[in-house]
Structures are given as structure tokens and as C-alpha cells.
Design a protein around this ligand. Structure first.
Ligand SMILES: *Cc1c(COP(=O)(O)O)cnc(C)c1O
Length: 361
């Protein structure tokens, strides 16, 4: 089925990534698959179902809607909501057996007493959410205060610079702060202590019962400086087609604002994908699209629903031919690099109106 603009999710690549990571992580630790934001744009339900088949029992999302969608899709293991849930949702979370992060003492109080499964977030230096781990005594007091008004299953923290070698001393301090609080409440027998994201798991000695892996599962690096284990590959490719080809003569301009002017005669292909599909408008005049392995420069401004590329280098290109916007040697990281962002934002930004096609289902 030929589509206008679509994302191909290669589930075989996902399975292979999982198997490689499963070998990297010590066998006595679980991997918690981070599938928030629709699995970083890859399709959370399908990704979680495949990982569940491979033995994954722990999943993390950002909000209650994402958690409930996974339950409905047949995910039976632990589903942890990492972020804030409005207190009115507590009943729904309890009913679906979802685990909620407790962001502060005040927040814990607003959710307490309903037997909700929960884990305390500890703030070890990111200053986003969690009990302030710089004061381990206070953390212990709060954890004990709520130990019986929730089904308390764990503690976690988030490393904010684990991908940056110059910050390694700070990362070790974060892990140490986490460990200090965990030690104080050891007698509670909390089974899920976790502090490692992808970069932490790849770059630091293992600590905790589970590793929260997001970006590496999808085959991307947390930062260009972080080496991925051999064999890990990107799961996602973004494709579109050539809708029209024409000759543009020297002196003519292309697109909005006439931002590109042809210096000599060129062949121009129109691609029916634009910034409303999540193709970032900052790629105007700098992006590239792959056709038969050739890199075609984006000409002028990316439109809402279309863009134009220089196809002069492929003289026999035809209408209807498939082009690659991401994948085939041009990764989300490469695209991110061109526009000053990170691969995470590129894949999360692919729009809802771009269908996800699951290969090797
Ligand atoms: C998103 C997120 C992760 C996963 O991070 P990656 O870098 O994608 O592995 C882990 N923990 C928390 C709290 C997160 O918000």
C-alpha cells in the first residue's frame, strides 16, 4: 500500500535491540521499557506488546492516559507513571493496577489512603521532581510516613547528565545520594530501586533492580558522544513519495518567500510531507531527502504539507518513487544535528497524521 507520508517501524530491529540490551544488562536486573510519548513516536502499544512477548515485565510512561492505553492493549506487567497525574485519576489508576510516581510529600498526601501502587521519586540533583535527596533524613521520614498508605513498591531518581563525560563526578554524586536514601529504608523491602536511564546504563556500573531504557531501545544514542553496543540499529524509518517533477530554469525561485533561487537549470521534485507532519521547518534550505541512496537537498522553505528537493542528480527519477526522510544512513541524530536539537525531539515530533506501519508483525 503506497501512502503519502508514513513511518516504518521494523519490529525485527526492535527485537534485536532488546536482545542485545538484555545481554548488556546483568541478568539479575530487569529492563523497564520507557514507552512514554507513544514510545518516542514509534507507537507505544505495538512496541510494548512486542517487548512483553520477549519477556519485558516493566514499562514506564509519562501520564495516566498513556498508562491506561497500555493496559487496554493487553500489557499485564508493571506500568509506572513517571510524571504528574491529577489526583482525580487515583481511582482509575487503582482499578487498572497502575503504579504512580510520588513527586513530593504534598502530592503523596493528595493521593494517599486509596491503596494506590506507588514509588517515590527522589531528586538527586535535577531539580525537577522528587523528594530532596540532599536531605536523606527528611526523605526517610516522608517515605516512612506513607509506607502504609500506599502499596509502596520502589524508589527512583533521574540522572540529568549521565551522557556527558565532563559531568561524571556529578552523576556519581547523584547515584550516591540515591543509594544513601535507599539504605535508610532498606527494611521496607522495596523491590524496585532504579536510577539508570540509557546513558547511565551504558556508561556507569549497574546499580538498582531495574534499568529504565528509552532511547537505546529505539536504536538512537542519548548523545552523539555515547557509543551504542554493536548491532543496535534505529527502529524507525520515515518515507514519502515524489508527487511531481519539473524543470526550474536559471533565475526562477522556489517556494514561500522565494527563499531559493536557481542559478542554473535544475530538476525539482515535490514531496508531500511538510511541517504539519512534523518535518521541522528549520530544515528549510538545509535538510536532505534520500532517493536511491542519493542525498537530495531541500530547496527553499518547507511548507505545511509539502516540500521541494533538488533531484537533478537522479535524472531518471519518476513520480511515485519512494523517498526516505529518515533512515537508510540518515538518522534522527543526523537530522537533529542540522537543526540544533536531539534525536529524541526529532522522533517524538513526527506528527499524528503520519501513519505508523509495523513491519514483521
Ligand atoms: C524519559 C525518561 C527515561 C528514559 O530516558 P532515555 O534517555 O530515553 O533512556 C528514564 N527515566 C525517566 C524519569 C525519564 O523521564
Amino acid at each position: 500500500m503506497l501512502k503519502r507520508s508514513w513511518v516504518e517501524i521494523d519490529l525485527n530491529v526492535l527485537k534485536n535491540n532488546w536482545k542485545i540490551l538484555r545481554q548488556e544488562v546483568p541478568p539479575d536486573r530487569r529492563i523497564m521499557a520507557v514507552v512514554k510519548a507513544d514510545a518516542y513516536g514509534h507507537g507505544a502499544c505495538e512496541i510494548a506488546q512486542v517487548l512483553q512477548e520477549l519477556g519485558c515485565t516493566d514499562f514506564a510512561v509519562s501520564n495516566p492516559e498513556e498508562a491506561l492505553a497500555l493496559r487496554e492493549a493487553g500489557i499485564t506487567g508493571q506500568i509506572l507513571v513517571l510524571g504528574w497525574t491529577p489526583p482525580e485519576y487515583v481511582g482509575l489508576l487503582c482499578k487498572a493496577g497502575i503504579t504512580q510516581a510520588l513527586l513530593s510529600e504534598e502530592y503523596a498526601l493528595s493521593l494517599s489512603g486509596k491503596g494506590l501502587k506507588a514509588q517515590f521519586a527522589l531528586d538527586t540533583g535535577m531539580n525537577r521532581i522528587g523528594l530532596d535527596a540532599e536531605d536523606p533524613e527528611a526523605c526517610e521520614r516522608v517515605i516512612r510516613r506513607f509506607a502504609s498508605s500506599f502499596e509502596l513498591t520502589g524508589l527512583f531518581t533521574h540522572l540529568c547528565a549521565a551522557d556527558t563525560p565532563e559531568q561524571d563526578a556529578f552523576t556519581r554524586l547523584q547515584i550516591e545520594r540515591f543509594r544513601a536514601v535507599a539504605e535508610r529504608v532498606k527494611d521496607l523491602g522495596l523491590k524496585d530501586l532504579h536510577c539508570m536511564n540509557s546513558a547511565g546504563a551504558l556508561r556507569f556500573p549497574p546499580y538498582g533492580d531495574l534499568m529504565r531504557l528509552g532511547i537505546v531501545l529505539y536504536g538512537l544514542r542519548p548523545d552523539p558522544s555515547v557509543e551504542l553496543p554493536a548491532g543496535i540499529r534505529p527502529v524507525l524509518a520515515w518515507k514519502s513519495v515524489i508527487s511531481m517533477i519539473k524543470t526550474v530554469h536559471a533565475g526562477e525561485t522556489i517556494g514561500y518567500g522565494r527563499a531559493f533561487r536557481a542559478e542554473h537549470e535544475i530538476r525539482v521534485a515535490t514531496i508531500p510531507t511538510g511541517y504539519a507532519d512534523g518535518y521541522n521547518r528549520l530544515l528549510s534550505g538545509t535538510g536532505i531527502v534520500l532517493l536511491r541512496g542519493e542525498r537530495l537537498p531541500v530547496l527553499g522553505r518547507v511548507c505545511m504539507d509539502q516540500m521541494m528537493v533538488d533531484v537533478t542528480g537522479v535524472p531518471d527519477a519518476v513520480t511515485g518513487e519512494v523517498v526516505t526522510l529518515l533512515g537508510g544512513g540518515y538518522s534522527a541524530e543526523d537530522m537533529a544535528d542540522m537543526i540544533g536539537t536531539i534525536g529524541y525531539e526529532v522522533v517524538c515530533g513526527i506528527g499524528k497524521r503520519v501513519p505508523r506501519v509495523f513491519m514483521h508483525k
